[in-house]
Design a protein around this ligand. Structure first.
Ligand code: MG
Length: 287
């Protein structure tokens, strides 16, 4: 199933995206109108949603929002594709050898940076003019927990979505922690929907593809991740109590703007599209 958060006539809700419209889950009074609460219901919520779809419930049209706004910051893996490891570095250490990290590199993005498919990203607010894109597969956590084993990790994956881990490169490099450079308002486009784990299938062959104004910049199968999803979940949950609706972006392939010489940063009018097989396309225009 493809699960969406939406807004229509000033009302927010959640639903199932189908080719001929959205099934509004508010048609079942037992279901919540917030995606985090829905995810927390687990299989029971999915069964009720499927029953609504099968009942032929009315389809509506609505504006899509980001599919989920997690209770915690959006968690992100850095340097998780070999071709990306060496391409994002401060000019001052450009000559330093770049090895893949020995341990998982993680940072987070403020929830206030999250926007949905089609929302304009405000690169003109970036005084440093070093705004960049990073197309990524993101995992949505279902059953929460901490101290999870890699062998059990898939049981905690509810579904997948697309994140464009937008970054102000100059600020990412200026501050020791990435948080400021990664958290500008509108700099976490997410969506267009969550594809449930059963529908997405085995993770590996799906290709992440990012285009800017139609030109392919990033293209790699998610099987190229250095730390795979079970290992990411195991490592994060060593300390972090993962909760339903948490989002972990799994890293970006090579081909980001800062990796070009000279860098090709985003400017007003640029159209960034991130596509992942089995999910769809997340499109955002820079202004
Ligand atoms: Mg990233």
């Amino acid at each position: 199933m493809k699960l969406v958060s939406f807004e229509t006539a000033g009302r927010k809700g959640i639903g199932v995206h189908l080719d001929d419209g959205i099934v509004d889950l508010a048609s079942d009074a037992m279901l919540p109108t917030d995606m985090v609460e829905f995810i927390a219901l687990g299989d029971e919520g999915l069964a009720r949603a499927l029953a609504l779809v099968d009942s032929g419930a009315a389809r509506i049209t609505a504006d899509l929002l980001a599919p989920v706004r997690p209770r915690s910051n959006v968690m992100c893996v850095g340097k998780n594709y070999r071709e990306h490891v060496g391409e994002n570095r401060a000019t001052s250490d450009a000559a330093a050898p770049q090895k893949p990290p020995a341990h998982l590199l993680m940072f987070t993005k403020a929830p206030s940076s999250i926007v949905g498919d089609g929302v304009k990203v405000r690169v003109s607010d970036d005084a440093t003019k070093t705004s960049d894109y990073e197309g990524e597969l993101a995992v949505v956590i279902g059953v929460g927990g901490s101290h999870l084993e890699a062998a059990d990790a898939w049981r905690h994956v509810y579904g997948y979505t697309i994140v464009n881990d937008m970054t102000v490169r100059e600020l990412q490099h200026r501050h020791k922690q990435y948080f400021i450079g990664k958290s500008a308002a509108t700099y976490c486009p997410m969506g267009p929907w969550i594809v449930t784990a059963d529908e997405f299938g085995e993770v590996g062959p799906q290709v992440v593809r990012t285009t800017v104004n139609g030109e392919v910049r990033q293209e790699a199968p998610v099987s190229q991740m250095i730390f795979d999803i079970p290992e990411i979940i195991r490592t994060v949950s060593t300390t972090v109590l993962l909760e339903p609706g948490d989002v972990i972006a799994t890293g970006t392939p090579g081909g980001v703007g800062v990796g070009f010489d000279p860098p090709r940063y985003l400017g007003a009018g640029d159209v960034v599209e991130v596509s992942i097989d089995g999910i769809g396309t997340l499109t955002n225009v820079a202004v």
